[in-house]
Design a protein around this ligand. Structure first.
Ligand code: SAM
Ligand code: DTB
Ligand code: SF4
Length: 325
């Protein structure tokens, strides 16, 4: 039997030892952990919306929305609350149980908070899980979000602490950890993960998972993104990460964080059905649905319905995560 009790004392060498197992041993272990904690065949459908696009002052080397790079994206202002709620209603009708709203900010401004609060309240009333990703938060803003009823806050650490400065220079890895800690202390569920294919080594992937797995509490939600190379960014010409290495990372995340929802996030547009199926066998239990992520393409509803049918999957209801606070 695999040990399925959450642990918070992972060493880098233990994590690397999980990675180097034969694929059948690794997936077997991950699937055992998944089946002990999650229902078979359940996959959460989440929908994203970019509520404020482009013009971001940060320099994340992968991002279409950084003002530092010419990616051809035009910046827009914060979307009106009623438009956001209309989008959420459509997402719910299409079967999503979670709505994740993202803004291209370093941090929210006070003047934007009333609209943000109204978006959270409105989406929550529809019975969907609410998630926001707005950049760094002050202690006061964190409390405002909690009081509005926010379920999850997304704030990715993206990669290992060592590799972080090669990708982002306008903030530090520790800044990210500080916001995550504030979110946890406020009683909001933490959503934090990263991107593969940034040019990192396996030791960085292991380091990223070690940082997440050794937080005071495991993030209740762990998105694993495959880099979508964006023309005009420093990483626009990066080679695709090997699909099996991606699957291995999902499996290791599942084993280390048994009661966290592991999200197969960006990059599905370039993944075969078989790669996605391997990700689900390795423990992933959520995807983003709809034609668009934030600014890039995603497989549409017809393709995803065909995948659900082929693999015998059912949408997972809101608030199914066993570690949710
Ligand atoms: N500005 C906020 C922030 O950075 O926290 C929220 C929005 S940001 C676009 C959300 C996450 O999407 C990033 O942390 C990153 O992990 C992921 N992401 C952004 N661009 C990506 C890309 N080109 N490929 C894969 N993942 C990406
Ligand atoms: C996450 O880890 N991935 C999502 C969500 N959290 C906010 C965003 C993916 C963005 C992909 C690039 C784009 O569409 O701009
Ligand atoms: Fe800004 Fe977020 Fe993009 Fe970084 S990832 S440039 S913080 S929108």
């Amino acid at each position: 039997m695999s040990d399925t009790l959450p642990r918070h004392n992972w060493s880098k060498s233990e994590i690397e030892a999980l990675y180097v197992q034969s694929l059948d041993a690794l997936i077997g272990q991950a699937l055992e952990v998944k089946r002990a904690n999650w229902p078979d065949g359940a996959l959460q459908k989440s929908q994203l919306l970019s509520i404020k696009t482009g013009g971001c002052p940060e320099d994340c080397g992968y991002c279409s929305q950084s003002a530092k790079y010419d990616t051809g994206l035009s910046a827009s202002k914060l979307m009106e609350v009623k438009k956001v709620l209309a989008g959420a209603r459509r997402a719910k009708e299409a079967g999503a149980s979670r709505y994740c709203m993202g803004a291209a900010w370093r941090e929210p401004k006070e003047r934007d908070m009333p609209a943000i609060v109204a978006m959270i309240e409105g989406v929550r009333e529809m019975g969907m899980e609410t998630c926001m990703t707005l950049g760094m938060l002050s202690p006061e803003q964190t409390i405002q979000l909690k009081d509005a009823g926010l379920d999850y806050y997304n704030h990715n650490i993206d990669t290992s602490e060592e590799f972080y400065p090669s990708i982002i220079t306008t903030r530090t890895f520790q800044d990210r950890i500080d916001t995550l800690e504030r979110v946890r202390e406020a009683g909001i569920n933490v959503c934090s993960g990263g991107i593969l294919g940034l040019g990192e080594e396996r030791q960085d992937r292991a380091g990223m998972l070690m940082a997440l797995g050794n937080l005071t509490e495991h993030p209740q939600s762990v998105p694993i993104n495959m880099l979508i190379p964006i023309e005009g960014t420093p990483l626009g010409e990066n080679a695709k990460i090997d699909a099996i290495e991606f699957v291995r990372t999902i499996a290791v995340a599942r084993i280390m964080m048994p009661k966290s929802i592991v999200r197969l996030s960006a990059g599905r547009e370039w993944m075969s059905d078989e790669t996605q199926a391997l990700c689900f066998l390795a423990g992933a239990n959520s995807i983003f649905v709809g034609d668009e992520l934030l600014t890039t393409k995603n497989p549409g509803q017809d393709k995803d319905q065909a995948l659900f049918d082929k693999l015998g999957l059912e949408p997972m209801p809101a608030h199914s995560c066993p570690s949710e606070v």
